[in-house]
Design a protein around this ligand. Structure first.
Ligand code: PTJ
Length: 264
């Protein structure tokens, strides 16, 4: 890449033709690449994104009813929570920074940085992205991540005593299953957004939204605005009726059915 190409004015996005059939998907990729260039997405995040793209293809790159059902239960759970926290990693910061801040405001949740490949530089870079997106407080950065999730050995064990440690509900995405399992053992409800219904995270979470974070966040915000006026009884009823196993089974059957229809 020459100097002109490396400058801010030159953007890879400008190389994507307006009428390219995969334009949206290519632009989303560029957001992840830009996050990598700015140092807050890790190279492994590109691999994670590719896995996500594959599963997104299988669900038709659309938010399906099983995701809407999970989104409604998630919003009810967040609105009922005493200490809800949205956990943010590199890919999430690249894809949905404004939406994270917006949803946190709607459901009165804290925002906490929590990384698998933790470095102080990345934590600070993600904090900056979130503050630029409107966040007034970002937990889990530097000394603030002074508490520990028991029986978890990755860097994800470091959490804020004002955030994930005391949270009753944690919303997370693009995650490995270990932390979800550890948080569940601590008695917390975990809401996971994961395009892969077979992942350990998807299986271990209390509520799994099988959808792309890009689409799921705006819908979460929309439902949060609508459901804020619901009574506690109504919200509790929504949570009570929700069954994550059914949602995961439905998503897998949907994929199987879709593939068999396409292959005819
Ligand atoms: O920023 P860090 O240091 O915390 O690093 C995090 C990564 C993303 C590298 C790490 O969590 C990782 O390796 O994730 P995995 O184990 O590859 O899991 C990612 C999961 O998220 C997979 O099940 C993907 O299908 C899914 N996924 C990928 N992109 C999206 C997604 N789910 C929802 N929306 C997406 N855009």
């Amino acid at each position: 890449m020459d100097k002109a190409q490396g400058s801010k004015e030159w953007s890879v996005r400008s190389l994507i033709p307006e009428n390219h059939p995969r334009k949206e998907s290519l632009i989303i990729r560029e957001k992840i690449v830009e996050g990598l260039e700015e140092g807050y997405v890790v190279p492994q995040g590109l691999i994670a994104h590719g896995r996500g793209e594959c599963f997104d293809y299988l669900i038709g790159e659309k938010t399906q009813q099983f995701a809407i059902d999970a989104i409604k239960a998630s919003v009810a759970t967040l609105l009922l929570a005493k200490h809800p926290v949205i956990s943010v990693n590199g890919n999430m910061a690249a894809l949905v920074p404004k939406e994270i801040v917006e949803l946190a405001k709607e459901v009165n949740a804290k925002i906490e940085v929590n990384l698998f490949y933790r470095t102080v530089e990345r934590e600070k870079a993600i904090e900056k992205v979130l503050r630029e997106a409107g966040a007034e407080e970002v937990l889990g950065v530097g000394e603030d991540a002074s508490a520990t999730i028991p029986e978890l050995f990755s860097e994800r064990r470091r959490v804020s005593p004002r955030g994930i440690l005391i949270a009753d509900v944690v919303l997370l995405a693009l995650e490995d299953g270990d932390r979800t399992e550890a948080l569940t053992r601590m008695g917390k409800k975990v809401i996971a957004i994961d395009l892969n219904p077979l992942s350990r995270t998807a299986r271990m979470a209390s509520i799994t939204i099988v959808d792309n974070v890009i689409r799921a966040f705006p819908i979460l915000i929309k439902y949060a605005r609508a459901m804020k006026s619901y009574s506690r009884d109504t919200l509790e009823e929504i949570v009570k009726k929700y069954d994550n196993k059914t949602v995961l089974t439905t998503s897998l059957r949907f994929i199987a059915q879709r593939l068999s229809e396409i292959s005819l």
